[in-house]
Design a protein around this ligand. Sequence first.
Ligand SMILES: O=P(O)(O)OC[C@H]1O[C@](O)(COP(=O)(O)O)[C@@H](O)[C@@H]1O
Length: 362
Amino acid sequence: ASVARGHAPTTLSRFMLERTRDDPESRDLEALIASVQMACKTISALVLRAGLEELTGLQGETNVQGEEQKKLDVIANQVLKDALRYTGRLGVVASEEEALPLLVDEALDSRYVAVFDPLDGSSNIDASIATGTIFGIFRQTEECRLNYRSDEKDVLDANATKCLLNTLQPGDSLVAAGYCMYSSSTILVLTFGDGVHGFTLDSAVNEFVLTHPRMRIPDRGKIYSCNEANEPLWDAPVRDYVRDLKLGRGQTATRYSSRYVGSMVADVHRTLLHGGLWFYPADTTHPSGKIRLLYEAAPMSFIVEQAGGRSSTGTRSILSIHPTTVHQRVAVFLGSKDDVAELESYFLPTIVAPPPTTSFAR
Ligand SMILES: O=P(O)(O)OC[C@H]1O[C@](O)(COP(=O)(O)O)[C@@H](O)[C@@H]1O
C-alpha cells in the first residue's frame, strides 16, 4: 500500500544504514542486527512450518536448567549461533540452551557479546501459540583473547574466565536489545538506548518493515498479566496488589482485567502497546523467580524502560542487577511506570504508628 502511495517502506536494513551513516560507530551493530534479523526470519519460517515438517515435540534432551528441550529450541539456538558467528564481531555468546558461554572462534575483531533466549515460550510451540526470540548485546569489557592457544591449562582457564565475565554484565550496560515475536505476524522490536522501534516482517518481500516507530508504553494500563495459578505461593505484597486490582481498590479505583499467554515475549509485547503490568514474581516454588536475568529479564527491561515504562524486582530496577551466574533467575515486574510504582508501594515497609503515650508527668 505505502509503495502504491509512492513512498518506499523503511526496511530494517535501510533503518540501520541510516543509523550508521549518522553514527559510523554503530557499523558493527549494523552487522550484528543484520545477522539477528536473518536468524529471526529463518526461525519465523520454521515456526510457521513446525507442524508441516515434524518440528514439533521434544528433542529428547534436557538443557542445563533441567528443562526438556523442544526440537525447535535446539534448532533456533543453532540458527542464532551460526548467524551471529559469521559477523566476525562477536567474541562470546551466552544462550538459554547452552550450559556455559561460548567463545566464537571466527571473531576477527570482537568487540561485542551476545546473550539470547532462542525460543522463549517454547512450551507453547506445539499449540501454535505465540513464541519469541529475545537478545541483548553488550560491549566486551574484559580483554579476553579468542582462539587463544596455550599449552598451559591455567592460562587457558584464566582467558576463558575473562571471556565468561564478559557475559555477566548488568542490563544497564546493554548497547542493544530486542525481541522477535512469532505470532499472527512476526514483529521485531529493537532499542539501541535511544528509543524503541518495531518492524513487521512483510512475507511478500521477506523484509522487516518499520511499522511501530518510536514506541511509547502508556503511563498507566488496565490489564495485569501473570500466571495467577501461582497466587497461593506468592508473597503477601503481590497477593494484596492483585486482590486490590481485581476489586478496583487500587490507585485508579477501577477494576483491572487480566490477560496471560504464557510466553513472555507475547505478554510483554501486548503490555508495551496497551500498558499495564506483566510479572513473574518469586514464590515458594521459584524462590528467586522463574525468569532468567541475563537473556530474558534484562533485555526486556531495557526495551520497556526505553519506551518510557519501568522494570522492577519489587524494590529495584532489573537493569541495576549485576548477574553472578549465566542462568540466574529474578523476580520480574515490567510495564507502565505508574503501575510499577503502585506495585512497588506494596513492597514498602508499613510504618506502624507507635501507640499514643499518655503522659501524666506534669
Ligand atoms: O508456565 P508458566 O510458569 O506460567 O511460565 C511461563 C513463562 O515461562 C517462560 O516460558 C520461560 O521461558 P522459556 O520458555 O524460554 O523457558 C516465559 O516465556 C513465560 O512467561
